[in-house]
Design a protein around this ligand. Structure first.
Ligand SMILES: [Zn+2]
Length: 237
C-alpha cells in the first residue's frame, strides 16, 4: 500500500495550492496534516484529500507557551473538526498526548518515523488508537545526504510505503538545508520564494512528480491514512 502525506507547517495558501494541484493532476490521494486555517485546504476535494491535524507542542518544551497542551490540541481541532488523524510537528510524543488523542476520539497517530524501513505495519494501541508508522520524509532524505533522483525505497504495492512531504519543499524543489535556510526568511512570500526554487539538480518537487507519475502509470491504488487505520481495526491487528 502506498500513501502520501504532507505536513503543512504554516505554508501560505499559494504554496499549499501548488501541492494540491500536483496531486490533482495525477489523481493521487494525499493526507494533509494541517497547522492552521487554510481555505484552499478546507475547500479541497475530499475524494482525494484527507485533513488531519499537525499541532505544535514545542512552545511547551521551550517554556514560552501561554497555552496548555489541551488548548493547543483543541485550537487545531476547532479548525478541523473532521480530523481523524494526527501527526505532531517535529514528532512530539508522549503517552499523555496519546491518551488525549484517544479521548478526543481521534482514530490514528502517524508520529512514528522509521526511515527507509520495510515491513511497516499499522498497529492498534491499548487505547484503540491506531499507530501508523511512516518511512520516508523529504527533509530527512537530505539530512542523510541522499540525492533526489531517487527515493531509495522500492515502490511495491505489497509493502506499506508512506511518504511525508512538506509543501514548502515541493514549492522550492529543495535539495538541501542550505537552500531552505536561505529561502526561509521569505516563507510567507510565494513570489519571492520562487526566486529560490532549485532548478539545478533533482529536488523534492522533481522526486514527488516522478513518484506521482509512477503511481499513475502503473495504476497503483493510493490510500488516505484513515483508510489504512480502518483496515487495521477491521483486521484486528
Ligand atoms: Zn511539521
Amino acid at each position: 500500500m502506498i500513501a502520501f502525506t504532507c505536513d503543512v507547517d504554516w505554508a501560505p495558501e499559494e504554496v499549499i495550492e501548488d501541492t494540491i494541484n500536483l496531486f490533482e493532476l495525477f489523481d493521487v490521494k494525499c493526507t494533509f496534516f494541517s497547522t492552521h486555517h487554510s481555505l484552499i485546504l478546507t475547500k479541497s476535494n475530499r475524494k482525494l484529500f484527507e485533513i488531519g491535524i499537525h499541532p505544535d507542542f514545542n512552545p511547551l518544551l521551550k517554556g514560552n507557551s501561554a497555552k496548555s497542551f489541551e488548548d493547543i490540541l483543541d485550537d487545531i481541532l476547532d479548525i478541523h473538526p473532521e480530523a481523524q488523524g494526527v501527526r505532531t510537528h517535529t514528532m512530539f510524543q508522549s503517552v499523555i498526548l496519546l491518551q488525549k488523542f484517544a479521548d478526543k476520539k481521534l482514530l490514528y497517530d502517524a508520529n512514528n518515523f522509521l526511515p527507509y524501513q520495510t515491513g511497516l505495519k499499522p498497529i492498534r494501541l491499548w487505547n484503540n488508537l491506531v499507530r501508523i508508522p511512516y518511512n520516508w520524509e523529504d527533509d530527512v532524505h537530505w539530512a542523510y545526504g541522499y540525492g533526489f533522483e531517487d527515493c531509495r525505497m522500492n515502490i511495491d504495492e505489497d509493502e506499506l510505503i508512506i511518504f511525508d512531504f512538506h509543501p514548502i519543499h515541493i514549492y522550492l524543489n529543495t535539495e538541501n538545508k542550505y537552500r531552505y535556510d536561505e529561502a526561509k526568511k521569505f516563507y510567507k512570500n510565494p513570489n519571492k520564494l520562487l526566486e529560490y526554487r532549485n532548478s539545478e539538480v533533482p529536488g523534492t518537487r522533481d522526486l514527488l512528480i516522478n513518484l506521482l507519475k509512477h503511481c499513475k502509470n502503473n495504476e497503483f491504488q493510493t490510500h488516505k491514512l484513515k483508510d489504512i487505520a480502518y483496515q487495521c481495526l477491521q483486521n484486528n491487528f
